[in-house]
Structure formats: structure tokens, C-alpha cells
Design a protein around this ligand. Structure first.
Ligand code: MIC
Ligand code: SF4
Length: 753
């Protein structure tokens, strides 16, 4: 039986009335995304239509999921909210803090020692507040959620940008910062700007080497890393129905890479099959009773242009396998063009390592298809040229693929199985030799490939592809190998071809698992004491941020003007820094160390105006803080893209940065800044980015009249004495301005208690 079945029953019970009210309020047929949103309004039945991209709306999500690296901060904040239990079903998953080095068993043991303090803390807090706890080794949050908690038509938020993976089961699942999770766990409404709607019509059917992954690799190429910002992507059409539920999960997962709020698919037979195979036939039965509400109204899919803001059509029958990269997930190259592109750009052709698995691609189907390629290498006498690793997404998948012989097959091509965890996907990969910084190529089936992300080496070029293609490229050891047309030479000197992959959507013998790694909370956790050692390097109880003093912010120094891509990985790096995710002061020592300084093209080297010397960003900022000098950070387009980690907002807040002014923001990061009481502004005129000079003194001149819709004006005083004004837009509503005044959203929750 499924977890929280009564909650699911209640959600479905409300659906018919909520959808009818929404149809009446909007006076038009509804997309699936709209149905789910309207069915989750905090105010109950819709009484008005909301404006896409404009209205801020309060929702009541059905559940919350957190992973270890972000849960620490989320729970540290929740502990301050003064509640005795999480108001909605919530889970914590230990997956990010497990380093991939030797192999699953050793790595897991080492992680439990190295991060024992943090795991114990998360376990104790979960127990105290009625939160389900998934132990280290149980699997990666999004795979575990898909297998256990996601349900068609549901709404959830999760403290990880790839929470959107649950769209594969027809949810509206959204990645958020921990402070947002705290709202929902505290039983308060959760606010989101009503999204725009992008419709993607899939026709035809996947075949040959093309996989579900290639749909999203193609979409990323078309829409780019910011093309989905502020939008929900809804997939439909006969092609959508032909894709497995886990394949849909992969597509939704990487919707994070185009900045989409989330992606989703209408309820169909593939979801029903998956629900049944994962022990949730009861959920499928319930979903069947409201199935017309768990997909769009027929008029919408018949004439999508009328109902979506943008419509894209992709013919799956003609879609080619893709490789996206290096350094950005939207640089899409079809396999047939890779030879040309690699030569043109000087990408090393030799593939050093192929890595499959992760939260994006570790379904039974993915693994069985990859194994079919590995099997061919064996029968056709091919030797694998590159290293090859597998990170299963959950213990249930790992146990089942081991039972079915796939792990053995991978071993025959030299494959190494890592723990069921994020591992190499998040810089938790102790890759031998990475510190030498050599230029090299790897291919993986993960979702992100920003510089340094996997192994910390800025010169590693990572290309993202389907697990089956990654396996083929690992065997060939060549980035330009096109399995559709090229042959390989085997141990006998014969030219052999790899046949297209084959696999099973779901295990014929069913899923199996010994110990899934779940621990239910005790019924009454009120007596549980949470202890954090005062001298802990890993955990630190939070001190509330100070409220706004009601005055303009004057004479700010420019901490850094970041040039080009500045993702959350640049602002608050992962990898070795993951260990400080529960200790705000310690982790602040990584603040913006990856961002490129516009004035000298260097990373982690900014001018300290107190001394005139260049030094690391965190140390420089600490010096300003010490001297009580406010500062501003300036950035480029899509600032804060990538992860949901709110550390990227809390660190500057903690160290005394007052304003972040950029050309444009990624959605989650902008919200995170607002929640933590920062001023997040955008240039009204993007060209004004050029007006900010290294030695400027910058002040707000109308902050005392801070109100929705009115730009904030900055006065910047250049070193030569000239003065310019910069008009800055913002998207704060009344409520968010109240967070700013209170010093943070959490301060407001506390005031309300
Ligand atoms: C990621 O994929 O970047 C992460 C690590 O899962 C993050 C969360 C984090 O930074 O802890 C995410 O995507 O939100
Ligand atoms: Fe973990 Fe990578 Fe998935 Fe993020 S994207 S949850 S780091 S496996």
C-alpha cells in the first residue's frame, strides 16, 4: 500500500469541484498544469482567474521532500518556527553526502563515519517532527519519491531543483529553497508566481538508439538554460503516451536545466503500470476515478496554440540521440554531428570515463537498456576503452538489477558500482588524478555539466547523454563514435557493430528489495532533544538575521561584478563544501569563489577597497563586514541558475552583502534571496551593467518608499566624482517586502507565533 493514502484520497475527493470552479472562473478549457494549480489553491475553490507571469498565488502543496545537503538548513530553520510537527507529509533523504571513491559498500561505510554527525542530526530532527527518514544508501531523493510518494495530480515541493522529476508521475513538483519548505511544513500557504505555460507536443515513437533523455536534450537545445524560466512545461500527444513513466521522469527531471518551474505529463497507462509495479495499485485505482481531471481538457490538446504561451512539436520517430555539453546542458549536438563539432571546437575525442545512473537516469528501463549494450560488448569480443561506473538511484532498483544479472553484465565490461547516492553527479567523486587539472572528456547520463561539477577539475568536459549512448561511448572510448553508422574493431581484429539497445520498461519478475532503508518517525516526538555541539564544524544553530533599519542603504562597495555564467555552483560550490551545509559561517567561506570577476577575469580575486589589494571574495567580504561597510554584488543573465541551495542566498546575507543586482535571475535563487531578507534587483536597462565600475560607491535613494511595482533607484558615484543613476526593477509583492523589513521570512513566521 502507498504511503499517505488518506491524503491522496482527500486530494482526489476535492478534484471535481475544484476543477469545475476553475473552469467557471477562467471561462475556458484547462491545461493539466492549470488543473493541478487550481486544485491546490490555499483559498479553496477558485473565484478568479490568475494572470500568468504576474499574479502571486498561495498554494497548499500535498507534501515536502528534502535531501540531506539542503535539509540541514531547512530543518535548522524549521526548528526556529516553533512548531511541534510537520504539517504535511515530509521526508528527508540522505543521498548527497556520500562520496564515490572505492565502491558502494566501502563508500557508504566511510560516509556514515565522515558525516555521522549530520545523519544523526537529520534522523533525530525527522523523528521529533514526524518526518519520514530515508537512511544513507536508501537512494537518491527523486528516484525514491517517484517510487514511493509521487501521485498523478498531486502537488509537492522539495528542497532540490530536480524535485521536478515527479512530473513523470503527473505531479506539479517544484524545487524550492529550505525557507519555502519551512512555510509548508509550518502549515502556512506557499506562494508562487502563476506560471506561464509551454506545451510540448510529442508525435511519433522513440526507436533505435533514441531514448526519453534525447527529448529533453533536444528541448534544452531549443529553449536554452533560461527558456523555461517562470513556466510549466506540459508534454502531450501520442508520443507522450508511448514513453514509459520513468522516461517521463527523466524528461521532467532535466526540465530544471531549462529553468522551468516544473514539467508534467497527463495521467496515462504508463503511470498506472508504474504505480502498480511499485506497490501502489491503490493509488492507480483512486486516480482512475478522477482521470478526466488528471489530464488537460480535450480542447486544449486539439488546439494547443490557443491555450499555451508557446508550443513546440517534436517528432520522436525522427529524433536523433544527442550529446549535450561541454559545460552547459543546453549545448545540444546530435550524434551524427559530433565528429564535426568536436574537431571544430578542439574537444578531446578520447572518452576517459562513462558514468551512468543518478536521479535522472537510473530506472529499471535505463539500466536494462544500458546492460543490453554492455552485453553486446561481451559477446562481440569488444574491450571497453574507457572506465565505466554505475550509480543506482535507489536500493530497490539496485537490488532488482542485481537479481536480474545486469550488475554482473556491467562487471564484465569493467563497470564499477557506486552507492545509491548522488556521488559523481555532485562533485562527490574522488576521481584519481582530477587534481592535475588535465583537459579531458567524460560522458554521463546525469543532468548537469557545469565546470568542475563532477570531479572538481575545471578542464573536464562533460557531455550528457542517455545511459545507453554513454555505455556505447565508454566501450568505444571515443566521443565521436556514432553507433548508428560506425563500427568498432574487436579483439580478433574484426569490424563489429553495436545493435540498438533493448530493455524492459519494468522488471518481469517485479521489483524486489530486502531493506529499502526507510525509517518511520515515532508517533510522539515531543520528548526528543536535538543536540548540536557548540564546537561542531558541521552544524550551527541559526541566529536570526537583523531586521531592516528602515533607511536607505548608502555607500555600498562593490564586492564583485560577476561576468558571464554564474550558477549556484559558482556562488556556493558543492563537492568538498557539501560538508558545511549545516554550518552557515563555515560554508560562507566558499561564497562566490567560482564567479569570474569582470574586472580581471579571475575567479576568487576581488579588489578590497580598504587596502586596494586583491584577495579572495569571502575574506574581502569579511573585512567589509568587520568595518561595517555594506556591499553589493552585481551579476549577469540567469544569475543563480541551477540548484535550489539557499546557501547561495544565505551566505551573502550572513556576511553583510545587502543587494544583488543582475541582468536576470533564475527563479529559485531570486526567491531564496527574498526569503532571506536580501534586496534582489534587476537592471531596468541591461546596458547599465556596464556602468558599474570597480571603485564605485553605490546607494539606494528611494528604499524608504519600497513598494510593489515601483523601481528602486541606485545612485552610483564613480571614482572620478561623476554620478549616475541606475533604475532597478524588482518583483517584490507586499508580503515579500514584509520579509525584507523583518530581516527574513522566517523572522515573520516567528513573529506570528
Ligand atoms: C544539484 O543537483 O545541484 C543538487 C546538489 O541536487 C542541488 C541541491 C543542492 O545544492 O544541495 C539542486 O539541484 O537543487
Ligand atoms: Fe543528486 Fe545529481 Fe540528482 Fe542533484 S542532480 S539530486 S546531485 S543525482
Amino acid at each position: 500500500m502507498a504511503f499517505d493514502i488518506d491524503m491522496i484520497k482527500a486530494v482526489y475527493g476535492r478534484y471535481p469541484q475544484r476543477v469545475a470552479a476553475a473552469r467557471a472562473a477562467t471561462g475556458k478549457p484547462l491545461t493539466l498544469a492549470e488543473k493541478i494549480l487550481y486544485a491546490h489553491l490555499s483559498d479553496g475553490d477558485a473565484s478568479q482567474a490568475f494572470e500568468r507571469g504576474k499574479s502571486y498565488v498561495d498554494f497548499n502543496p500535498d507534501r515536502v521532500a528534502c535531501q540531506d545537503a539542503t535539509a540541514q538548513m531547512a530543518l535548522l530553520q524549521f526548528m526556529q518556527a516553533g512548531k511541534s510537527r510537520a504539517a504535511v507529509p515530509t521526508t528527508v533523504h540522505c543521498d548527497h553526502l556520500i562520496q564515490a571513491k572505492i565502491g558502494a559498500t566501502d563508500d557508504l561505510r566511510n560516509a556514515k563515519t565522515a558525516s555521522g554527525e549530520v545523519f544523526n542530526f537529520l534522523e533525530a530532527v525527522s523523528n521529533k517532527y514526524g518526518i519520514g527518514f530515508w537512511k544513507p544508501g536508501a537512494g537518491i531523493i527523486h528516484q525514491v519519491v517517484l517510487e514511493n510518494y509521487a501521485f498523478p495530480g498531486g502537488m509537492m515541493i522539495g528542497t532540490d531543483s530536480h524535485t521536478v522529476n515527479a512530473g513523470g508521475l503527473g505531479m506539479v513538483a517544484i524545487g524550492v529553497g529550505g525557507a519555502d519548505a519551512v512555510d509548508v511544513m509550518a502549515g502556512m500557504p506557499w506562494e508562487l508566481k502563476w506560471p506561464k505555460l509551454i506545451g510540448i507536443k510529442l508525435t511519433g515513437k522513440l526507436n533505435g538508439w533514441t531514448a526519453a533523455k534525447d527529448v529533453i536534450l533536444e528541448v534544452a537545445g531549443l529553449l536554452t538554460v533560461k527558456g523555461g524560466t517562470g513556466a510549466i512545461v506540459e508534454y502531450f500527444g501520442e508520443g507522450a503516451q508511448s514513453i514509459s513513466c520513468t522516461g517521463k521522469g527523466t524528461i521532467c527531471n532535466m526540465g530544471a536545466e531549462i529553468g522551468a518551474t516544473t514539467s508534467t505529463f497527463g495521467y496515462d497507462d504508463s503511470m498506472k503500470r508504474y504505480l502498480s509495479a511499485t506497490g501502489r495499485a491503490d493509488v492507480a485505482e483512486l486516480a482512475d476515478t478522477v482521470k478526466e481531471h488528471l489530464t488537460a481538457d480535450p480542447e486544449v490538446y486539439a488546439e494547443p496554440e490557443k491555450y499555451f504561451d508557446e508550443v513546440i512539436e517534436i517528432n520522436l520517430s525522427e529524433l536523433e540521440p544527442h550529446l549535450n555539453g561541454p559545460f552547459t546542458p543546453d549545448r545540444a549536438t546530435p550524434v551524427s554531428k559530433m565528429k564535426e563539432e568536436a574537431e571544430k571546437n578542439g574537444w578531446p575525442k578520447q572518452v576517459q570515463v562513462g558514468l551512468i545512473g543518478s536521479c535522472t537516469n537510473s530506472s529499471y528501463e535505463d539500466i536494462s537498456r544500458a546492460a543490453s549494450i554492455a552485453q553486446q560488448a561481451k559477446t562481440k569480443g569488444l574491450q571497453t576503452k574507457a572506465e565505466f561506473t554505475i550509480t543506482p538511484g535507489s536500493e530497490q532498483v539496485r537490488f532488482t538489477i542485481e537479481r536480474d544479472g545486469f550488475i554482473d553484465t556491467f562487471h564484465t565490461i569493467g563497470g564499477k558500482v557506486f552507492a545509491n547516492a548522488c556521488g559523481p553527479c555532485i562533485g562527490q567523486w574522488a576521481r584519481p588524478g582530477a587534481d592535475k587539472g588535465e583537459k579531458n572528456t567524460i560522458v554521463h547520463s546525469f543532468n548537469r555539466n557545469f565546470a568542475k561539477r563532477a570531479d572538481g577539475n575545471p578542464n573536464t568536459m562533460a557531455f550528457v547523454a542517455s545511459p545507453e549512448l554513454v555505455t556505447a561511448l565508454a566501450i568505444a572510448g571515443d566521443l565521436t563514435f556514432n553507433p548508428l553508422t560506425d563500427s568498432l574493431v574487436n579483439a580478433n581484429g574484426e569490424a563489429v557493430r553495436l545493435d540498438p539497445p533493448s530493455g524492459w520498461e519494468l522488471p518481469e519478475k517485479g521489483f524486489a528489495v530486502d531493506d529499502p532503508g526507510y525509517q518511520a518517525p515515532v508517533a510522539d516526538g515531543s520528548g526528543i532533544e536535538i543536540e548540536v555541539a557548540a564546537d561542531s564544524k558541521r552544524l550551527q544553530i541559526l541566529t536570526p538575521f537583523k531586521p531592516w533599519d528602515g533607511k536607505d542603504i548608502t555607500n555600498m562597495r562593490l564586492l564583485i561584478k560577476a561576468k558571464g555564467k554564474c550558477t549556484t555552483d559558482h556562488i556556493s560550490m558543492a563537492g568538498p563544501w557539501l560538508r558545511y551545509r549545516g554550518h552557515l559561517d563555515n560554508i560562507s567561506d566558499n561564497m562566490l569563489i567560482g564567479a569570474v570577476n569582470y574586472f580581471n577575469d579571475a575567479t576568487n580575486s576581488v579588489k578590497n577597497q580598504l587596502t586596494g589589494e586583491y584577495g579572495p571574495v569571502p575574506a574581502t567580504q569579511r573585512a567589509y563586514k568587520e568595518a561595517n561597510i555594506p556591499t553589493i554584488v552585481v551579476g549577469d543573465e540567469n544569475y543563480g541558475e541551477g540548484s535550489s541551495r539557499e546557501h547561495a542566498a544565505m551566505e551573502p546575507r550572513h556576511l553583510g552583502v545587502k543587494v544583488v543586482l543582475v541582468k536576470s535571475f533564475a527563479r529559485i535563487h531570486e526567491t531564496n534571496l527574498k526569503k532571506q531578507g536580501m534586496l534582489a534587483l534587476t537592471f531596468a536597462n541591461k546596458e547599465d551593467y556596464n556602468k558599474i565600475l570597480e571603485d564605485d560607491l553605490i546607494s539606494t535613494i528611494n528604499l524608504t518608499a519600497f513598494e510593489p511595482g515601483t523601481p528602486i533607484i541606485l545612485k552610483t558615484e564613480h571614482k572620478d566624482g561623476s554620478i549616475e543613476q541606475i533604475v532597478c526593477n524588482h518583483t517584490y509583492n507586499e508580503n515579500q517586502i514584509a520579509w525584507f523589513r523583518a530581516g527574513s521570512a522566517l523572522n515573520l513566521i516567528k513573529e506570528m507565533n
